[in-house]
Design a protein around this ligand. Structure first.
Ligand SMILES: [Zn+2]
Length: 504
């Protein structure tokens, strides 16, 4: 299965410039840059063409628990993103590929090695303390991550003098599509695909949670996939470190509505990594049924209602969809709910659970699948399965086998067969440290720290890049940024209520 990115515009010219442009437009000599210094990770794309690829008759350890007949069949397509470095003549034009809540993403060519990468522009970073703290956090996280199912920064473009420093550009690995585009496309989605996708989502989530990080916006559009079906969690604009002190308030303005956990919808002021698992449960059901699980059938709730009331109605309506499926929760599951939400649920008629409808999502909704789904879609976050435990569910055995047989970069193949890694689902080397945030008190201070962070991060690693204003795509690039509001009508955006958030 090859996933295509349906959005393709015709913008010509490289934002970083090509060999015809002098080095004055960017801080490198493009032709010899690839050999200068060690790579910060661009080599990872070539890594996917490792020895694992085509070997026949893969072995698998008993721990993988493959089905009869030697386990899953190797996927038909893999390693298409091989390490070939295209000549400048082969370079695709730079073009926009997505708009997120906090920036715009372009597909561009890295002049140092000719590889296609994703360039994310984070505009208007220093408007206020909240926004620049968030960006600083996201930057630090992107540089912290080292996991194949979590998108990380390959590079950060060199900042100008601090007085002119307004925007940040991050380079990441380029992925062709995302799960939202896949789900709404006519491309077939087999049970094997669903299993290997779900396995990778949970594998990445286990890593994030082991670092103490809540993603807080897990949705199909934030799960990037490439033509090999490798999946990476992206967009850490709303991520934060788990708050261990339950008396501390956390913002409820997180998670796109359809994937928002009931504890957020009921107004809990403190929540845990369980909110991400809920989102994954919703996505699992969406993969099976190819439609959003908790979505209004009719838009009548969104007519003629003032903004402030719209939000409340939205929350209540979303909550009703959840209780329609799970039944009325017991009081013990709503201990952290706000009084209004609790009263709303108790005021209504008692609803019995109707989980059996999950079997009707598709033929792939087997007993095993529905069992795992029901463990993720638990109203009470304390009783919801964790990402780590979900990985032990038998439903994911085949996904694990498939992934480590021919998709991963942690195992490899030798003449005698497949050599598997000791740790199929590794955790982070330590918790992500956010203590520095306590000392951040002014925009200028954060600006200085970000400037220093980027400069120090680059030192000695790769030849630095900067934007080429004379490239053919430059004007379009600038325009696309200006048009990228948080609520741009882009298919990967649903309804993230993040505009006026001041808590973290
Ligand atoms: Zn592996």
């Amino acid at each position: 299965m090859a996933f295509q990115d349906p959005s393709h515009s015709s913008v010509c010219g490289s934002l970083f410039g090509g060999p015809d442009l002098g080095p004055k437009f960017f801080c490198i000599a493009a032709n010899n840059a690839a050999t200068a210094g060690s790579s910060t990770g661009l080599g990872t794309a070539s890594g996917s063409s490792g020895p694992a690829a085509q070997a026949g008759g893969p072995r698998h350890p008993a721990a993988l628990g493959g089905g009869p007949g030697g386990g899953a069949t190797a996927p038909q397509q893999h390693n298409k993103l091989a390490s070939e470095t295209p000549s400048p003549a082969d370079m695709e034009p730079d073009r926009p590929i997505g708009y997120g809540a906090f920036g715009v993403v372009w597909s561009v060519t890295d002049p140092r090695d000719g590889k296609r990468v994703a360039l994310k522009k984070m505009p208007n970073v220093f408007q206020n303390l909240v926004s620049c703290k968030r960006v600083f956090r996201e930057l630090k996280m992107l540089c912290f991550f080292k996991h194949d199912n979590v998108l990380s920064a390959l590079d950060i473009l060199q900042p100008p003098q601090i007085d002119c420093f307004e925007e940040i550009y991050v380079i990441t690995e380029l992925m062709q599509s995302d799960l939202h585009k896949v789900i709404v496309s006519p491309q077939p989605l087999s049970t094997d695909h669903i299993k290997v996708f779900l396995y990778q989502i949970l594998r990445g989530l286990k890593y994030l949670h082991s670092a103490g990080i809540l993603h807080r916006d897990i949705k199909p559009g934030n799960l990037l996939v490439n033509s090999n079906c490798v999946l990476k969690i992206c967009d850490f604009g709303l991520a934060r470190v788990e708050e261990l002190d339950e008396s501390r308030h956390m913002t409820q303005e997180v998670v796109t509505q359809y994937y928002r956990a009931p504890e957020i919808l009921t107004g809990s002021r403190h929540y845990s990594s369980a909110i991400d698992v809920w989102s994954v449960g919703c996505i699992f059901a969406e993969l099976l049924g190819r439609r959003i699980l908790f979505q209004a059938q009719s838009p009548i709730q969104q007519v003629l209602i003032a903004d402030w009331l719209f939000l409340l109605i939205d929350f209540v309506f979303q909550l009703d969809l959840i209780t329609d499926l799970l039944g009325t929760p017991p009081l013990s599951a709503m201990l952290s709910a706000c009084e209004g939400a609790r009263a709303h649920i108790l005021r209504g008629p008692h609803k019995p659970p109707s989980l059996s409808v999950l079997y009707m999502l598709s033929d792939g909704a087997t007993h095993e699948a529905v069992h795992l789904l029901c463990r993720m879609l638990v109203f009470d976050p304390c009783k919801r399965i964790s990402g780590r435990d979900a990985l032990s569910h038998p439903y994911l055995d085949e996904g694990r086998l498939r992934y480590h047989t021919c998709m991963c970069r942690c195992c490899f193949t030798v003449a005698s067969g497949r050599v598997y890694t000791r740790d199929f689902e590794p955790v982070a080397s330590g918790r992500f440290d956010d203590q520095y945030e306590k000392t951040l008190t002014s925009v200028w201070q954060v600006k200085e720290l970000i400037h220093r962070f980027i400069t120090e991060h680059q030192q000695g690693k790769r030849v630095p890049l900067c934007i080429n204003p004379q490239s053919a795509a430059f004007k379009t690039f600038i325009r696309s940024v200006l048009h990228s509001a948080p609520y741009s009508p882009h298919p990967t955006l649903y309804n993230t209520n993040i505009k006026s958030c001041t808590e973290v």
